[in-house]
Design a protein around this ligand. Structure first.
Ligand code: ZN
Length: 331
């Protein structure tokens, strides 16, 4: 989730502020007339929501010259002081550790599952290769730790609706069938078998069925954790004028869906005539491999995004009270 697409979309207005240089993100100023309209200069006094620096003369595309808070954040604090993006994260350290555990452990688990299947690939090239048997234990432990970390997404800050909180609870719960099925496949079904994909004789309906459960669980995790994960990601728009790509978690679900399509092909291939059955089997292996590669890439991207998001979680809150009681000291 949460990839930033560069920040070149914010044009700089060099003539807008004669007094100081604003910290604008670099700008491909190339004609974006629509955004230029947005870049109206602030003509009245507007104290920065964090540091009270006067933002007069800046445009909404700029950031505060003192503390770097985007002008957008101050405007949002004025317009919608209860916005999610302004909510303070009550336990930033727990949130950081939880999100990192969630993303890093998921990625490590996916790598371990690749390594566990590696001997089958190496065997085709007559290379003897053994994966240590503790890899499967480590993989299941990583899945469990990822689920434990994901639990910080149930209530990342105050103001989360019951519906979104329960949705995240469901997402975390989906880790249980995932861990159980991965364990049963690795420890029971694949035990002592070198090849599980090589030819259609290897096809095991029980294995395909368990893999389908894994796929459903991954889809459940990705789509159920997505709303609250986006709440954290959206803060980046304000805290560092980035753009949030909202697709990555949906892409994870789609990758799992592609792999599941391969498992369905494997389930139906025994019922097809020989030649067609072999074709379905090969198609299934291709779909499973492609889905798994996309899933691993998606998990890697998610891990990098969480790493980049880390400082934003610890970013100081915005002083809302000061905006709404500006004259208190004068009276
Ligand atoms: Zn400021």
């Amino acid at each position: 989730m949460l990839a930033w697409k560069g920040s070149g979309e914010e044009p700089a207005l060099t003539d807008a502020n004669p007094n100081h240089e604003p910290q604008t993100d670099d700008a491909s100023t190339s004609a974006r007339i629509g955004e230029q309209d947005l870049a109206r200069v602030l003509t009245g006094d507007l104290p920065c929501a964090r540091c009270q620096y006067n933002l007069r003369g800046l445009s909404i595309l700029h950031v505060c010259g003192e503390c770097g808070l985007p002008v957008k954040a101050t405007l949002l604090a004025v317009i919608d002081p209860r916005a999610d993006e302004l909510r303070e994260i009550e336990h930033p350290t727990i949130m950081q550790v939880g999100l990192l555990a969630w993303a890093v452990c998921a990625f490590i688990a996916s790598i371990l599952l690749w390594l566990i299947r590696l001997p089958e690939l190496f065997d085709r090239f007559n290379i003897a290769f053994q994966t240590p048997s503790w890899f499967k234990i480590f993989a299941v432990v990583c899945i469990a730790l990822s689920g434990l970390g994901a639990s910080v997404l149930i209530r990342p800050h105050a103001g989360i609706s019951r519906r979104d909180a329960w949705r995240a609870v469901f997402g975390v719960a989906c880790y249980t069938p995932l861990a159980v099925c991965v364990w049963v496949i690795a420890d029971q079904i694949d035990a002592g078998r070198l090849t599980v994909y090589l030819n259609s004789n290897d096809a095991d309906p029980a294995r395909s069925a368990l893999r389908l459960v894994c796929g459903l669980a991954i889809i459940g995790i990705a789509l159920s954790l997505r709303p609250n994960a986006l709440r954290i990601a959206v803060r980046s728009v304000l805290v560092r004028t980035g753009r949030v790509d909202r697709q990555p978690m949906t892409a994870l679900a789609a990758a799992a869906g592609l792999a599941m399509f391969g498992d369905v092909l494997h389930l139906v291939s025994p019922y097809a005539p020989n030649a067609v059955g072999d074709l379905l089997h090969v198609g299934g292996v291709v779909a499973i491999a492609a889905g798994s590669v996309l899933l691993t890439m998606g998990l890697f991207g998610m891990m990098m995004d969480v790493w980049r998001l880390r400082p934003l979680i610890a970013a100081p809150g915005i002083g809302l009270v000061d905006i709404f009681e500006p004259d208190e000291t004068d009276t």
